[in-house]
Design a protein around this ligand. Structure first.
Ligand SMILES: Cc1cc2nc3c(=O)[nH]c(=O)nc-3n(C[C@H](O)[C@H](O)[C@H](O)COP(=O)(O)OP(=O)(O)OC[C@H]3O[C@@H](n4cnc5c(N)ncnc54)[C@H](O)[C@@H]3O)c2cc1C
Length: 440
């Protein structure tokens, strides 16, 4: 048997489940792996790593399959998939939660909320904890609770030799440092995480503002956003953006609506608001309302850059100009994701996440329905990216873009040399390699 020796659930071309198993969240990714191994424990993972090395078949590591560029799969590759490992164990007395690598965000939020806790995760319910935390992890609690990676206290990883390692401040500290911001697919297969629990949380204020069919609000939104953010109360985190016809913002505030309303005043004063929704609701309801905005899957291209300074009026006009040329009225956008607050409490060197001092992330995103539309959307993202690239510094590794120049420096800045040393130590034969992996 060609695939004998592999343990776990093995799916190969021709198997009934193969078509579904080869899919990623991004429908524009169309890879045909040689074999997909759904692992249930570290032995399955170690076996798959050694099996692929013996046969010289390149491998990829997948958990939630949400990599924008499909770096968790590949044609003719062996895909190690952790989706079957999704157990969550809360230790309230010890103040920790253990999450297996394939755990998705919504079940994690739900489990923690039942025990009375929030979690500094992202907004998409089906993203897995692995890709999120290994790249840093931002969401609507980030300014208050820090990056997802900032709550991580331990990880367990199977390395290129199939050995199970523990990484924390005392044990494999350099690996632990690297995993918090640069760990996705680079050093080994992480199989589980231990996080520090947040303080107990019940209700928060969910904010949703919209300026629909209101093109003039767009430049005003970007201007107010960049003036507002540097002084923003850290209990509030916001994701928003502009599209061809208008602007929007979603935010969580760890406080009451009245205070939230005052903090939001500059935004509420932008003329032509079509939705003003500021509600005090259970944390988990707020998570679900935001999560409901995501389609099950879609075809898209997105790239995200760190913004380190306010843009001049002419630069804001340049961004509006990009938006005016968008291929879609509603499915092309420039998005903004707040940083600051707790993210800045740690030193830049505390973890591999280099761009801690940035004010926010700006992403250019476009999604399409049919294959025929894809080229115009990709060209628009490329042209927009080229402009944004010139006025920003650094790229967010969890919003990867294959055409980023000098991608290692873009993702890791001055941490690159240290990361290369970690790579050399833990993966000297470059077993964990993909088009934008850390090179030795
Ligand atoms: C709709 C959508 C919404 C998103 N929202 C947010 C958000 O709010 N905040 C945010 O920060 N990001 C967000 N992201 C980006 C997301 O964090 C990244 O795409 C993340 O890498 C996805 O993780 P995954 O495990 O689901 O994906 P995968 O495609 O499985 O993995 C992503 C990368 O991590 C590696 N990897 C996966 N599992 C492991 C493992 N066990 N060990 C080692 N390496 C591994 C893969 O090889 C790949 O390079 C969003 C993405 C999408 C598509």
């Amino acid at each position: 048997m060609k695939y004998s020796g592999l343990t776990g659930k093995v799916v190969i071309p021709g198997d009934p489940g193969y078509e579904e198993a080869r899919q990623e969240y991004n429908e524009a990714i169309n890879a045909y792996p040689a074999v997909i191994v759904y692992c249930s424990d570290p032995c399955d993972v170690a076996g798959a790593i050694l099996w692929s090395r013996e046969r010289d078949i390149e491998l990829r590591v997948r958990s939630g399959g949400h990599s924008y560029e499909g770096y968790s799969t590949g044609t003719n590759k062996l895909v190690i998939d952790t989706a079957c490992m999704h157990h969550v164990k809360v230790d309230a007395a010890g103040g920790t939660v253990e999450v297996q690598a394939g755990g998705r965000l919504l079940p994690l939020y739900e489990r923690l909320y039942r025990c009375g806790y929030a979690f500094p995760g992202g907004t998409c319910p089906s993203v897995a904890i692995s890709g999120l935390v290994l790249g840093g992890g931002i969401g609507l609690s980030t300014r208050y609770l820090g990056l997802t990676a900032d709550s991580l206290i331990e990880a367990e990883m199977v390395d290129a030799r199939g050995k199970l390692l523990t990484a924390n401040h005392a044990c494999n500290p350099e690996l632990f440092w690297a995993l918090r911001g640069a760990g996705g697919g680079n050093f080994g297969v992480v199989i589980g995480y231990k996080f520090r629990l947040t303080e107990p949380v019940n209700k928060i204020t969910l904010i949703r503002l919209r300026w629909d069919d209101n093109a003039p609000a767009r430049i005003e939104f970007l201007r107010v956003w960049q003036e507002w953010l540097p002084h923003l109360d850290r209990r509030m985190s916001a994701f928003g953006g502009i599209y061809k016809l208008g602007a929007w913002i979603n935010a969580f505030f760890y406080g009451r609506p009245k205070e939230a309303g005052q903090i939001l005043d500059p935004l509420l004063n932008i003329p032509g608001l079509t939705l003003e929704n500021i509600n005090y609701i259970p944390f988990i309801d707020a998570v679900k309302i935001i999560g409901a905005g995501y389609p099950k899957r879609e075809a898209f291209q997105t790239a995200g850059r760190f913004v380190q300074r306010p843009f001049a009026q002419s630069e804001l006009a340049g961004l509006i100009d990009i938006m005016d040329k968008a291929p879609s009225d509603r499915n092309s956008s420039l998005r903004v994701y707040s940083l600051g607050g707790s993210v800045r409490d740690l030193e830049i060197d505390a973890t591999a996440f280099f761009y801690r001092q940035a004010d926010y992330i700006m992403a250019i995103a476009s999604s399409w329905q049919s294959e025929a539309e894809a080229p115009s959307h990709k060209e628009w993202v490329k042209a927009g990216f080229n402009y944004i690239y010139r006025i920003t510094r650094g790229s967010y590794v969890n919003f990867p873009y294959s055409q980023t120049p000098d991608y290692e420096r873009a993702y890791y800045g001055e941490h690159l040399r240290r990361l290369r040393r970690v790579k050399q130590e833990y993966d000297p034969c470059d077993v964990f390699s993909f088009p934008q992996s850390i090179k030795i």
